[in-house]
Ligand binder design. Structure first.
Ligand SMILES: *Cc1c(COP(=O)(O)O)cnc(C)c1O
Length: 429
């Protein structure tokens, strides 16, 4: 089979394929820069694994209490080194990103303390954690108050309002790096560093936590290298490299991480317990592959932005902007467009390719949501996936791809479905 034949058999017409090749021809320099970043981050990961003396003993399973788990300890050293942090908590007992963020917040905030978000509303699931939307066991229930300063209309930080919001009770400041499902821009590590410096200038002992979801390995530095006391993320996103089947991490200052460990297990037990149950090979190998996997996902996001912008759709970030995370939004302008796009992403998946995503009601959303994902790990969004709420501007948020070639196929297939549905005219290609 020739290359063109494999694309045709995977549902891509010659005209869509050739359109993609024309878009790609202009992206070679961008892709070279993405590869260079992967090379740098690969070097950091290997260096950390060498310095921690990772060996076959690290891959052994522990059970029960999990005392003296060498693999767990060295993995945490590897994470700490790569993130330029004093300590790390990397555990399969952390069930997802929301759980990791919950541990970091509830371990470091006490009754009477105030939490401040200077970057607008946090990610949906955190709203119940904080108690912005009331929930049992929220921080609000435990007497932690919350304040928020919204971004300025152009997406920049409102420094005077942030200064005014930092008061005697302000204990912890939370900064979300990625836009999540909002239309604001994602922040660069340099921008986050400037915001942290400003906040610490106003109140030197305030703690800063960065929600690092989707940002790992996109840049040469991580938030903990520009002043964050903690950075937090999910292992079924970037740092798991597609291999970790569960887990979350918190990296940062020793005192903060110790508190997180006491919160996750129990006061007095902390980091000393937590059996790995044989899962560590996937954590190590996934972290080793993560810089390359993130590079593939970034190429997919850049390719999608360029394809769809050229066809007249609004894309965020736009075709030429720098990237600070792996998320790409494409405004399709109609429910039919969202359905066609998601149908294409699903059809190009290695798993569950035969199902057609349809919009459905989801808890926490005021409109139906459509989701496309054909993943080896349930809910993994470092694997190619797309979703979005069915409401104006009818944007699909698209991310991941374990390999660039899969991301490319998915994007071409999404475009093909838009062409097949008559939503992109053949002549536009
Ligand atoms: C995904 C995500 C989370 C939550 O992670 P889950 O693993 O889905 O719980 C939190 N914040 C941001 C910015 C995210 O992208």
């Amino acid at each position: 089979m020739t290359l063109l034949e494999t694309y045709e058999k995977n549902g891509i017409s010659p005209s869509v394929y050739r359109f993609g090749e024309r878009v790609l021809a202009a992206l070679r320099l961008r892709f070279d820069a993405v590869d260079e970043m992967a090379e740098l981050n690969q070097g950091k990961v290997i260096l950390a694994m060498r310095e921690a003396r990772v060996d076959a003993a690290c891959f052994a399973a522990t059970t029960g209490y999990g005392y003296d788990d060498v693999g767990r300890e060295r993995l945490e050293q590897v994470y700490a080194r790569v993130f330029g942090a004093q300590a790390a908590l990397v555990r399969p007992q952390i069930t997802c990103g929301t759980h990791a963020l919950t541990v970091a917040l509830s371990a470091n905030l006490l009754p009477g303390d105030e939490l401040l978000s200077p970057v607008g509303a946090p990610y949906d699931t955190l709203q119940e954690v904080i108690g912005i939307r009331p929930s049992p066991c929220s921080l609000a229930e435990y007497g932690v108050t919350y304040r928020q300063v919204d971004l300025l209309p152009d997406g920049s930080f409102d420094y005077p309002a942030i200064r005014a919001a930092i008061g005697p009770k302000t204990k912890l400041i939370t900064i979300q790096r990625s836009k999540g499902y909002a239309t604001r821009p994602s922040f660069s590590v340099a921008q986050i560093g400037a915001l942290i410096a400003f906040c610490k200038g106003v109140k030197p002992d305030v703690l800063v936590m960065v929600d690092n979801c989707y940002g790992e390995f996109v840049e040469a530095l991580e938030p903990t290298q520009v002043g964050a006391d903690m950075a937090v993320g999910s292992l079924i996103k970037n740092p798991g490299g597609g291999l970790a089947p569960i887990g979350g991490y918190i990296v940062g200052k020793k005192e903060c991480i110790e508190r997180c460990a006491y919160r996750l297990s129990a006061p007095g037990l902390g980091q000393e317990v937590g059996a790995n149950l044989g899962i560590l090979p996937s954590f190590y190998q996934g972290f080793f592959l993560a810089p390359t996997v993130v590079a593939g996902a970034l190429k997919g996001a850049i390719f999608a932005a360029n394809c769809f912008e050229r066809l007249g759709f609004r894309v965020i970030p736009n075709a030429t902007e720098d990237r600070h995370d792996i998320i790409q939004a494409v405004e399709l302008g109609s429910e039919a467009g969202m359905r066609a796009f998601c149908k294409g992403i699903q059809a190009a998946a290695p798993v569950d390719s035969y199902v057609e995503p349809i919009p459905w009601a989801m808890p926490g959303y005021d409109s139906d949501v459509i989701m496309a994902a054909g993943a080896f790990v349930q809910g993994s969004s470092i694997e190619l996936s797309a979703d979005g709420p069915i409401r104006a501007p009818f944007a699909v948020y698209f991310q991941g791809g374990l390999t660039w070639y899969h991301a490319k196929l998915g994007i071409l297939r999404a475009l093909q479905e838009l062409v097949n549905a008559g939503l992109v005219p053949e002549e536009a290609l």
